[in-house]
Design a protein around this ligand. Sequence first.
Ligand SMILES: [Zn+2]
Length: 54
Amino acid sequence: MLKKGGKPGKGTYMCAECGAEQTLAKDTDVLKQCGCEGTEFKKKGEKKPVGAKK
Ligand SMILES: [Zn+2]
């Protein structure tokens, strides 16, 4: 699990609490606390095409 304040690198991350997405454009970007006050995030799959929902 990734925590707020970490720098996991470029990519899209989902809040573990509410599923809100946060996109980091640079490897130096920091994960910010979610609007729901969640502080843990999961990385979203990178290889799925955008807009592909189950
Ligand atoms: Zn959240």
